[in-house]
Design a protein around this ligand. Structure first.
Ligand SMILES: [Zn+2]
Length: 126
C-alpha cells in the first residue's frame, strides 16, 4: 500500500488529502484472467452433451475464452484494488473517510453527515 497526496473536490471547494492506494498485483490480474478463460471453457464442456446448444455455445465459448481472459486481465491491471482517503468536509466540517475497492476512476462519494457529493482526484502519473 502506498501513501500519496490527492485532491478531493467538493463542488467549488478543493481540499488536499492523503490517501493510501493499492494496485492489483500482476499475479492477481493473471489469476483473474485465467479464471475468466477457464470459466468459459467450463461452459463449453458442460454444453457438449446438450443437443443444439453444443453447436452454438461450445464453439463460441472455446473461441471467446482466451479473448475474454485477456480483456479481464487488462481491465484488472487498470483497477485500483484499494483506496482509502480521509479529510474534513468543507460543508459541515465533520471528518470523514472513504474507501474504494476494485474500481476505476472517476471516484465519487458522499459526505456521511451532510450528503455533499465529492470526487477524489488521483495524482497524475508521470
Ligand atoms: Zn459534510
Amino acid at each position: 500500500m502506498s501513501e500519496s497526496s490527492m485532491q478531493i473536490k467538493f463542488g467549488s471547494h478543493t481540499l488536499n488529502a492523503v490517501g493510501h492506494s493499492e494496485k492489483p498485483t500482476f499475479k492477481n490480474s493473471v489469476l483473474k484472467g485465467v479464471k475468466a478463460w477457464l470459466g468459459l471453457w467450463a461452459v463449453a464442456i458442460v454444453c457438449v452433451p446438450v443437443p443444439v446448444l453444443h453447436l452454438v455455445i461450445t464453439p463460441l465459448a472455446l473461441l471467446f475464452g482466451p479473448i475474454i481472459g485477456l480483456l479481464v486481465f487488462y481491465r484488472s491491471r487498470r483497477l485500483i484494488a484499494h483506496l482509502e482517503v480521509s479529510g474534513e468536509c468543507p460543508e459541515c466540517k465533520s471528518p470523514f473517510t472513504a474507501e474504494f475497492r476494485d474500481t476505476l476512476p472517476p471516484l465519487y462519494g458522499m459526505c456521511p453527515s451532510c450528503k455533499a457529493g465529492y470526487e477524489v482526484v488521483l495524482p497524475q502519473k508521470k
